[in-house]
Design a binder for this molecule. Structure first.
Ligand SMILES: NC(=O)C1=CN([C@@H]2O[C@H](COP(=O)(O)OP(=O)(O)OC[C@H]3O[C@@H](n4cnc5c(N)ncnc54)[C@H](OP(=O)(O)O)[C@@H]3O)[C@@H](O)[C@H]2O)C=CC1
Ligand SMILES: CC[C@](O)(C(C)=O)C(=O)O
Ligand SMILES: [Mg+2]
Ligand SMILES: [Mg+2]
Length: 491
């Protein structure tokens, strides 16, 4: 199998990378009708499998789970997830031949194996769906010509897919139809109905392509969403310990700080997050962020280049073939960091204190969101896609760190995201050595400017505010957030 993206002409690569249309809510007027009464079988019942299935069943669809025999016999977690929620569970042989739609929600590493096993069992004219297109785009998986191939990719961890649905909304979702597999022209209608079933249509759906989803998803998760939150956590914690800040306080500031400051991001973008700081702290965060952007830009560009060329997927697949040696070593090393091992102290930290004592964290978030957005859009990915994969999803990932630190983040995200996160973190930490030498507790651990003159130069403040507000991620973000709030909850 050859990397599908690399087999395309440059013109086709650019067309597919640039495919991105924000769909009008009226396009979802038929809801789940295109899948109503159809037999839907989900393969795998993990982070995405369970939560998407629960939402679709609550939306009136017929969902069951096909698991490998050993998982059923040994009553593994996937079996418990499905059976304890009263879903029908069966083997591939029992359920796949009956399915109109087979949804593959197993880890990306297993897709070639799973799809090769499932495909011969699928009935003629059925549909196969993915929530991430790695297998199609990076591995070049070829699917039987009579089958329709679609993608419905929630821009969120599975836990949030369910929580947002229960709140009456959903998470933004990318949908796509594989251009090589739409023999009956029904792919888009089915993908729309599936997105409506998960609640995605209530938060905004982009009609995209497998190529655009894969290249933007990999870039977001490796850099701002997971990689930089990991690097920022470890470096900020170590600095506070070096400077004598109480370990329990430092641990709590980081564990819950990302969630608190990115709540500001979620509500009103980088502008609002920065506006939560005092004027002098805002200017300091702006300057730190500019410095961070200069240092990290080549690393962000390397990640994007390696994702585009297929180098990233090639090296990750080599690790798969090597029994996940790098992944497992990096996972173990993360578990041994002082941040992971130090419990959050029983101290009270007010919402505002997370901003005032976490100016460096604000600078990390601003630099990472802007760099990820800039690097993606410079490579042909459309602003809306880049927004979802940078600014929009950062608070959702920050929520996972608040639950159980980096362990929880890396447990909840896909194995592909976890691998990319560690890869970035191991390259980024050494790059920031000199930068971190200059950092003191005024920007991490203590209140910035406490007891000092809070005056600022008006001209500088106006220039800083203008630069923050006119960044393209803010312009695109304000438009998308306005359309999300205009959408109605699930009826
Ligand atoms: N994690 C996330 O939040 C997101 C994930 N995605 C995508 O969703 C897909 C699923 O990822 P995710 O939910 O993280 O996966 P998980 O690792 O959470 O789920 C794994 C599931 O697949 C089953 N499984 C594992 N290995 C095999 C195998 N060899 N054969 C058959 N079944 C197997 C497991 O069951 P058992 O081992 O018990 O048999 C389990 O039910 C991926 O394509 C991912 O990129 C997209 C957006 C976000
Ligand atoms: C951010 C990681 C992700 O892409 C996701 C939750 O969207 C993943 O692969 O887990
Ligand atoms: Mg993703
Ligand atoms: Mg991903």
């Amino acid at each position: 199998m050859a990397n599908y993206f690399n087999t395309l002409s440059l013109r086709d690569q650019l067309t597919q990378l640039g495919k991105c249309r924000f769909m009008d809510p009226s396009e979802f007027a038929d809801g789940v009708t295109a899948l109503k009464g159809k037999k839907i079988v989900i393969v795998g019942c993990g982070a995405q499998g369970l939560n998407q299935g629960l939402n679709m069943r609550d939306s009136g669809l017929d969902i069951s789970y096909a698991l490998r025999e050993a998982a059923i016999k040994e009553k593994r977690q996937s079996f418990k997830n499905a059976s304890e929620n009263n879903f029908t569970v069966g083997t591939y042989e029992e359920l796949i031949p009956t399915a109109d739609l087979v949804i593959n929600l197993t880890p990306d590493k297993q897709h070639t194996n799973v799809v090769s096993t499932v495909m011969p069992l699928m009935k003629k004219g059925a549909t196969l769906s993915y929530s991430h297109g790695f297998n199609i785009v990076e591995e070049g998986m070829r699917i039987r010509e009579d089958l329709t191939v679609i993608m419905v990719a929630p821009k969120s961890p599975g836990s949030e897919v369910r929580e947002e649905y229960k709140r009456g909304f959903g998470v933004p979702t990318l949908i796509a139809v594989h251009p090589e597999n739409d023999p009956e022209g029904k792919g888009l209608e089915q993908a729309k109905a599936y997105a409506a079933g998960t609640g995605g249509d209530k938060a905004g759906v982009l009609e995209s392509s497998f190529v655009a989803e894969v290249k933007s998803d990999l870039m977001g998760e490796q850099t701002i969403l997971c990689g930089l939150l990991q690097t920022g956590s470890i470096l900020s914690f170590n600095k506070m310990i070096e400077k004598g800040v109480d370990a329990g306080y430092a641990s709590k500031l980081i564990q819950y700080g990302w969630e608190t400051i990115t709540e500001g991001l979620k509500q009103g973008g980088i502008t609002n997050m920065m506006d939560r700081l005092s004027n002098p702290a805002k200017i300091k965060a702006f300057d730190l962020s500019a410095e961070l952007k200069e240092i990290m830009r080549p690393l962000f560009q390397k990640h994007m280049d390696d994702i585009m060329s297929g180098h990233f997927s090639k090296t990750m697949m080599e690790d798969w073939a090597n029994d996940d040696k790098n992944l497992l070593d990096w996972r173990a090393a993360t578990g041994e960091t002082a941040f992971e091992k130090t419990p959050a102290g029983e101290v009270s930290i007010s919402e505002q204190e997370y901003y005032d004592n976490g100016v460096l964290m604000v600078a990390f978030v601003k630099s990472g969101v802007e760099l990820a957005y800039e690097t993606m859009t410079e490579s042909g990915i459309i602003g809306e896609s880049a927004y979802y994969e940078s600014l929009h999803e950062t608070p959702l990932i920050a929520n996972t760190i608040a639950r159980k630190k980096l362990f929880e983040m890396n447990r909840v995200i896909s194995d592909t995201a976890e691998y990319g996160c560690y890869l970035f973190d191991h390259a980024c930490k050494p790059l920031l050595t000199d930068f971190m030498k200059k950092i003191d507790t005024d920007v991490i651990g203590k209140h910035f400017g406490e007891g000092k003159d809070t005056g600022v130069d008006n001209v500088r403040l106006i220039a800083v505010n203008k630069a923050i507000r006119t960044h393209d991620v803010e312009v695109v973000g304000a438009r998308l957030r306005a359309s999300m709030t205009a959408m109605k909850p699930i009826g």
